[in-house]
Design a protein around this ligand. Structure first.
Ligand SMILES: [Zn+2]
Ligand SMILES: [Zn+2]
Length: 78
């Protein structure tokens, strides 16, 4: 099961960036999602276990870790 990147509740859908979100937060985009190690922007990737972030220098970064480590903020899309 994937969790909403915004609030941690069960995610049922994805936002426009492909990040798992709950229904309430699907219109939000996550900004400033950066690698905790090197500061590069992270890409959203898909595996059979679900979505994850990838840094092209450092490899995989868990969504939880990325959110803890950087000042991720959310903007509601209109
Ligand atoms: Zn949510
Ligand atoms: Zn990195």
């Amino acid at each position: 099961m994937e969790r909403c990147f915004f609030c941690g509740k069960m995610s049922t859908t994805y936002n426009s960036q492909g990040i798992p979100m709950c229904r309430e937060h699907k219109d939000y985009e996550a900004l400033n999602v950066k690698c905790p190690a090197c500061g590069e922007e992270l890409e959203v990737m898909q595996s059979k276990w679900g979505k994850f972030f990838n840094c092209f220098r450092c490899g995989n970064v868990s969504m939880h870790k990325a959110k803890q480590a950087c000042n991720v903020y959310f903007v509601k899309k209109r």
